[in-house]
Each structure stands twice: as structure tokens, then as C-alpha cells.
Design a protein. Structure first.
Lengths: 227, 227
DNA sequence: CTTTTTATTTTTGTATACAATAAATATCTT
DNA sequence: AAGATATTTATTGTATACAAAAATAAAAAG
């Protein structure tokens, strides 16, 4: 993304500087950000389309309130779409180059878990690999509409890959969770190789439950933080 | 929608006045439409987000080329999401009021097909009822993310409910197609009533194939038209 | 005192001017 | 003449002024 202003506003919303429910006027934001109305006018519809803002009547926007239930639904939606992508990929059959890249991801994960525990550094490495693995599936599924939808979902608040951080839940718990998720990666890769579309889709849907667990932890942590 | 300019541009794209691949500059469009750059500047990102335009580099947009394959993928994506909505609805159980509204749709459809044939007027009535039926499922599925995604898909070119018109394929063929689709509605309603989420989802996915057939016909017709 | 109408204020919609940047062309050096 | 560099041109980014519309407040009528 190039537009720096939508990023600034995203951060302000996620950090709570712009609290949920707050009404946003072009003039007010322009003054607060020391720019003219024109760029904020360009940024607001984008943020609304990304799910950060709600339109209030036909006049202006307000910060969308954070709804944990809705975040879970977003997460599930992503799993469904990724499942569909996996089905497509299994159906058409992955290229040999793609299989190699997938195997690289699997090997990296195996290396991490072979120790029997995970460190904080491992989490970063796993997160990077995990994102790459998912991208491999989605980018090669052959359906641009699915890709674009997933890109939008990944831009939505609270569920993008970047927030799947595990450092708030304890390393022991993270180990089990990540290990299980990595197991899904293995079985998914197998299903794709074998051309088993139904199975690939089912695995990815179940895979989402792992992420859901992580989000629950995150919500709990953020709630404790505010008390 | 309020923004009349995006509508005008949509029409110009769909009608071919702005041919696929054409580069769009703010100043050029502003002159052609006799407005200033400001409103077109607001409209272009919206059209891009809706899938009518592609970004060319970091500088401007071009009209996205019409790809039949991609339209089919969009259609399938919609079926998958509607299937998910149907699953949700079946899982949580529909309210009695909702069941009544669904039954009303079913009865309207039955009345249309009881004659054994369809007229052009019937097509309008069926189309209206069909849209209402689908809305009932989606609006009551309980997942705002799914609803918003479907709203976006319905805004995309060539697959919105409004283009599911059948007057180009002959009334005999339309009868069979619509009758089959209506049968899906019946079985779907039953699955929802019985709380059979898996079945509801499967039916709606299959339901999409009917629409796919209609789109094929439409594409053929539009290709013949241009020759 | 309530309701309707009118005036005021707030906020968004549009137009235009200017600045910044990327693309294209021309110029210069070797 | 080829490549690199400067200059020009085209196009988007930003700021500001003004117009239109909507919300709010005030005033008048019943």
C-alpha cells in the first residue's frame, strides 16, 4: 500500500486513539492530522470498505466497534475461502515447482518443532513460514476472485496474519497449538498432492479452528489488559 | 447507492463505451463527463474495489477485461458463500417468522410453474422472488462478514442478480432451468427447517450450477451479438 | 405547550489552482 | 552512435474556496 494516511488512521483505530463509536468528520480529522480535507476524504471510504468504519446515515463515518464474535466469523470465513482455494489447487494439481516450495515450508516447520519446544524467535520464524505456506495455496488456486476476497479479508481489523501472534498465551500452550497447525499443513499438502479436493477443503476448514483458539487467547489477554 | 458517477461509469463499462483495457485518466474522464476531477477521483477507487478496474502500475487505472472464466469463478464463489450462510441458518434454526417468509417465496414459485410453462412476465416475477429468497437466507445467517462479502460480490460486473436474466435463451430452456432451481429452493428450505447444515450448504453449492448454466447462455448470446 | 416553519450552522460535494512525481523526450558526453 | 543525464510533459497528490445539502436550533403559529 502506498497511501500512508489510511495506515495512520488504521493504527489510530487499532490503538484506541480513535475509540469505537467515535464519529469521524473530514474537517476534524484533517485538523488532527495536519492535512487538508482532500486526502482524508480519499482515505475514509477505503477504511470503510476494509471494515474499520461504519457509515452513519448518509453523512460521515464512525469507528466500527470491536466485536469478538464478528472477528471469529471473519476468521471462519477466511478458513472457508482458503479451503476453497485448497480444493481448487488439489483439483487442478500442483506444479512440481509448487510442490517443492510447499515441502520447503513443511521442512522448516519440522525443524522448528524437532526440538520439542519453541522459543520466541521460533514464533517469528513460524509465523513467516505459515504466511508463506498459506500464500502458496491461495496464489496458485487459479481463482482470482477468491484471491481478491482473501486479500480483503486479510486487511480487515484484528484477523490479519500479523495479529496471529502467540506471545500472549505462553510458550507451552503455543507449542501445542502450532504443532497441531503444522500437522494440518502436512496432511493438507498430502491431500493436494493426491488430488483429494474434498479432503483438502475439509482440512483447511478445521485448520481455522486452531487460529480461532489463538484469537480467543488474544481477546482474553486484551480484556485482562484493560481491567 | 448515492454516488451517481460510479453508476454512470459502470454503465459505460458494461455497455462497452469504455472498452476493456482502456486506460482511464482522471482528467480525461472529467472532460468526457463534464465534471471536475474531484468526483471522478472519488469514483475510480470504488470501481476498482468492485472489480471493474485494474490498477496499472501505481499510476491510474484501466478497464478490466471481461473474462468469462473469471465470471464463472465469481459465481461459484457466491454459491460457496451462500452455502455457508445456509449452513449457519440451519445450525441456529430459523425463526417462525422467517419460515413463513420462505414458504411465501416457495408458494409464489409453485404458482408460476403450476401452469407448465413460463411467460416473460413470469421471469420478472420469478427473478424478484428469487432475489428475495436468497436475501432471506443471507440476511438471517447471523454472520455480518459473510453478508458484507456477498454484498460486494453482488456488485461485481456480470454476475449481480440483475444480470441473471433469461430472456436471451428461449422460454422453453428457461422453464427447465428455473424449475430445477426452484426445486433446490424447496429442498434447501427443508434442510434449514430440519437443521441439516451440511445438506443446506451442499444444496446451495449445487444450486450455483444452475446459475452457471444461465451465465453460459448469456455469454454465448453476447458473443453472437457482436459477430 | 406543541407543532410547523424558517433560519443558522455544520458537514459533505464540487471546482479549480498549484505542487510533486513519474514517464517520455531530448540533449550531452564519451 | 549508445548510454547516461537533464529537461520537458503528462498525471496524480494536495490545498483551499465555494456551493449544496443535511442537521440543528430558533422562531412563529396554532
Amino acid at each position: 500500500m502506498k497511501n500512508t494516511l489510511v495506515h495512520r488512521l488504521r493504527e489510530m483505530i487499532l490503538s484506541g486513539e480513535l475509540p469505537a463509536g467515535e464519529r469521524l468528520t473530514e474537517i476534524g480529522l484533517a485538523e488532527k492530522l495536519s492535512v487538508s480535507r482532500t486526502p482524508v476524504r480519499a482515505a475514509l471510504p477505503i477504511l470503510a470498505a476494509d471494515g474499520f468504519l461504519d457509515t452513519v446515515g448518509k453523512r460521515g463515518y464512525k469507528v466500527r466497534s470491536f466485536d469478538p464474535e464478528q472477528s471469529l466469523q471473519q476468521l471462519e470465513l477466511r478458513s472457508v475461502l482458503e479451503g476453497l482455494a485448497a480444493r481448487y489447487l488439489a483439483k487442478k494439481g500442483p506444479s512440481t515447482g509448487l510442490i517443492k516450495e510447499i515441502d520447503t515450508c513443511l521442512a522448516e516447520g519440522d525443524a522448528i518443532f524437532s526440538k520439542g519446544y519453541v522459543t520466541e524467535d521460533d514464533e517469528d520464524a513460524y509465523g513467516e513460514m505459515n504466511a508463506r505456506f498459506h500464500s502458496l495455496i491461495v496464489d496458485n488456486c487459479g481463482s482470482k476472485p477468491v484471491q481478491e476476497m482473501l486479500a480483503k479479508i486479510n486487511n480487515m481489523p484484528f484477523i490479519g496474519p500479523s495479529v496471529l501472534v502467540f506471545n500472549q498465551i505462553g510458550l507451552e500452550r503455543a507449542y501445542g497449538m502450532l504443532f497441531r497447525a503444522h500437522g494440518h499443513h502436512h496432511t493438507l499438502a498430502e491431500a493436494i498432492r493426491l488430488g483429494e479436493g474434498d479432503r483438502a477443503e475439509a482440512i483447511f476448514r478445521e485448520h481455522g479452528n486452531t487460529q480461532r483458539e489463538s484469537l480467543f487467547s488474544r481477546v482474553e489477554a486484551s480484556l485482562e489488559e484493560r481491567s
